[in-house]
Design a protein around this ligand. Structure first.
Ligand SMILES: Nc1ncnc2c1ncn2[C@@H]1O[C@H](COP(=O)(O)OP(=O)(O)OP(=O)(O)O)[C@@H](O)[C@H]1O
Ligand SMILES: [Mg+2]
Length: 238
């Protein structure tokens, strides 16, 4: 079988005095939606930050598209094809929705294609088309999440990583965002999704990994994990 798009082995990472990931293994295949679930503090955000180059691994490998990227600078990881939509969205105050979206493409030189991608993002999230001249931080929570995801798409990543899709959003908005992710995935976008809500995560993804104390405790096809009573006992109540 071909090498996965992203292959992580034995990853150890964390912060100055705190090790958070203790030998984590994970694979994301081209074209998949992979979900990461696990309780607060399990290490999901730390994992995404390590992949995107904000944290340097202490040990282990992160292979992306056949190349080792562990410890590379965030810009290098972004140009290699990984976009990270951070927890809390982090849009730029004082910049319009349109400019926030265009910031996602700041490393690209194919301007005509960038304009086409902007149009496609505004088709994917029509509300952003109406609000494109507005300061992005004045959007509603759900609209901000659309803008943050749109900004990620604007780098035309091979892998789109989203941290906490549904946090603080109403169920109808989560459903709407989920549909947008499925539409993106149907066009070939590979997605790594961190999601607190286990039902939403398993519903949207093909494969899921349960992270516990910085290691993978369970993994497998999402449909199988969704039927597993031991998983539902432990995690559906989070
Ligand atoms: N900047 C930091 N400095 C030191 N420790 C940190 C820092 N950020 C996170 N941690 C610690 O790392 C551990 C893992 O945090 P992380 O944010 O990766 O968890 P998470 O799985 O994303 O949790 P949540 O579901 O609450 O977002 C926690 O114990 C946290 O306190
Ligand atoms: Mg987190």
């Amino acid at each position: 079988m071909a090498e996965p798009l992203l292959a992580i082995a034995g990853l150890r990472s964390g912060y100055r005095d705190v090790q958070v990931l203790w030998g984590l293994d994970l694979a994301v295949r081209q074209g998949e939606i992979v979900a990461l679930v696990g309780s607060n503090g399990a290490g999901k955000t730390t994992l995404l930050r390590t992949i995107s180059g904000q944290l340097t691994p202490n040990a282990g490998t992160i292979r992306f598209n056949g190349t080792e990227i562990g410890g590379r600078a965030p810009d290098t990881v972004l140009s290699a094809g990984i976009a990270h939509v951070p927890e809390g969205r982090r849009l730029f105050r004082g910049l319009t929705v349109r400019d926030n979206l265009l910031l996602g493409a700041y490393l690209r030189t194919d301007k005509a294609e960038v304009a086409r991608d902007l149009d496609w993002v505004l088709d994917l999230f029509p509300i952003l088309r109406d609000r494109q001249r507005q300061d992005a931080t004045t959007l509603s929570g759900g609209e901000q999440q659309m803008c943050a995801i749109g900004r990620g798409i604007m780098s035309r990543p091979r892998l789109l990583m989203i941290d906490e899709l549904s946090l603080g959003l109403a169920p109808r908005m989560v459903e709407h965002l989920g549909e947008a992710l499925l539409a993106l995935n149907a066009k070939g976008q590979t997605i790594l999704l961190v999601e607190q809500d286990v039902l939403t995560a398993l519903e949207l993804s093909n494969t899921a990994f349960v992270i516990e104390n910085g290691r993978v405790a369970r993994s497998g096809p999402s449909a199988e994990l969704a039927r597993d009573p031991s998983l539902s006992d432990a995690y559906l109540a989070i």
